[in-house]
Design a protein around this ligand. Structure first.
Ligand code: FE
Length: 414
């Protein structure tokens, strides 16, 4: 009887911690009662008209919430105090032993990738290993803040997010732990993972040039840097510099050219703007298609998704910097949390996500490229052609991010 009551108390505490903080910043509170269904999710809004934005697939304004109870976790400090005060040491040991025996059954994920992009892989992993995967999704900022605030009491074993800049930040904050795995070293090229093995790329996103096929010839284009030349005056549309994708692009340019040369390039871009920076790169591509400007820079999956919806738009991809350092690539990726409860199972999941079996699922679902060199991209993505990637380690995107932000500010890129 006491045993049952204690279990209920422990579960309630864990659930409160998992469900309790998603308020305010996402404009909606999701809080489940103990008896509520274990899955809460809503469908991503789909664009219906040209004026409606295609939502960014990396983020969500909805909290997805699965199976709040985590029988395999460590006992939080509050519960430890409870045990110390009200139960005998022998009884505590029995409960903790019971919890520890279920550690191998479950991995808890905090994910900045939305449910549609991650659930198919988790289902495949569970099917293969029997290990259950629970996940919570939110924007990366709240997830990082939450990991920090929870400290060693976090229920999360793994963080999945996009952009090396974000993963670098999580590692810098001490939220991730190094993972030694020959499988990950083999499956993930060195330039797409943390040199200290605290995070690993799982899909590659290429940030490339998109142009209006009625106004621009491919031979007019060459590099990101050349978009600063006077021939592009009044012809360039870009997404805001506040987006981490542009911060990472500029950080990688600093890594290659140094600060002074990069600042000249960014000033050149600003001088060539047709309109003020836009909040969204799908919108920027639509402006290019509508003739408001001739060229933009976007992640190729946005192009793929827009063209699936509106195949008649006069847009095409150009792969820049092929004579030089290659196309700027970034990643979506993951790391195991510093205070993970179930490191072996989380490592197994990370290895699975990098495997040939899971890589297509992980990349194709968002029209990205696999990180695993043995895996080919989806045919629809492969149709855009092959290209040389910039192989400077993506960790530079994090290391030089604040310098990039300051540089863009000085250059007047808002
Ligand atoms: Fe995105």
């Amino acid at each position: 009887m006491l045993n049952a009551w204690l279990k209920k108390y422990l579960n309630k505490n864990r659930m409160d911690r998992l469900a309790g903080n998603f308020t305010g910043k996402i404009g909606r509170t999701t809080r489940l009662s103990m008896d509520a269904a274990t899955v809460v999710s809503t469908t991503m809004p789909q664009p219906e008209s040209p004026t409606q934005e295609i939502p960014d697939p990396d983020f969500t304004d909805t909290v997805y919430y699965r199976s709040p109870l985590r029988p395999g976790g460590k006992t939080p400090r509050l519960i430890q105090r409870f045990f110390n005060q009200y139960t005998t040491a022998i009884f505590s040991c029995a409960i903790l032993f019971g919890a520890s025996t279920s550690h191998a059954e479950q991995v808890v994920i905090y994910s900045a990738r939305i449910e549609q992009l991650i659930k198919p892989m988790f289902d495949a992993f569970t099917k293969e290993t029997g290990i259950d995967v629970k996940f919570v999704t939110d924007k990366e900022g709240p997830l990082l803040a939450r990991l920090k605030a929870e400290g060693k009491n976090t229920p999360a074993d793994m963080l999945i997010t996009v952009d090396a800049g974000n993963l670098w930040e999580a590692a810098q904050e001490g939220l991730l732990r190094p993972v030694e795995s020959k499988t990950l070293e083999t499956n993930v090229p060195a330039y797409l993972r943390d040199p200290q093995n605290r995070w690993f790329g799982l899909s590659v996103r290429a940030r490339t040039i998109i142009y209006n096929t009625q106004k621009v010839k491919p031979s007019d284009l060459s590099t990101y840097e050349a978009l600063a030349e006077p021939q592009w005056k009044g012809r360039l549309c870009l997404r805001t510099s506040k987006k981490v994708y542009n911060q990472s692009l500029v950080a990688m340019m600093i890594a290659e050219h140094g600060t002074a040369r990069t600042e000249e390039i960014i000033k050149g871009w600003v001088a060539n703007f047709a309109i003020d920076p836009l909040s969204d790169e799908t919108k920027a591509m639509e402006f290019v298609a509508a003739g408001r400007c001739d060229v933009t820079i976007a992640n190729s999956y946005y192009y793929g998704r827009l063209m699936q919806k509106k195949p008649a738009l006069p847009l095409a991809i150009f792969w820049p910097n092929q004579e030089g350092s290659g196309v700027h690539v970034n990643i979506s990726g993951a790391g195991i949390t510093k205070y993970a409860h179930n490191v072996p199972a989380a490592t197994r999941l990370l290895e699975f996500l990098s495997s040939e079996k899971a890589q297509n699922l992980f990349a194709d679902v968002n029209m990205e490229y696999p990180v695993n060199p043995k895996v080919k991209p989806d045919p629809a993505v492969a149709a855009w052609g092959t290209f040389k990637q910039n192989t400077i380690n993506v960790t530079k995107a994090g290391e030089l991010q604040s310098e990039a932000v300051k540089l863009m500010d000085r250059a007047g890129y808002r």
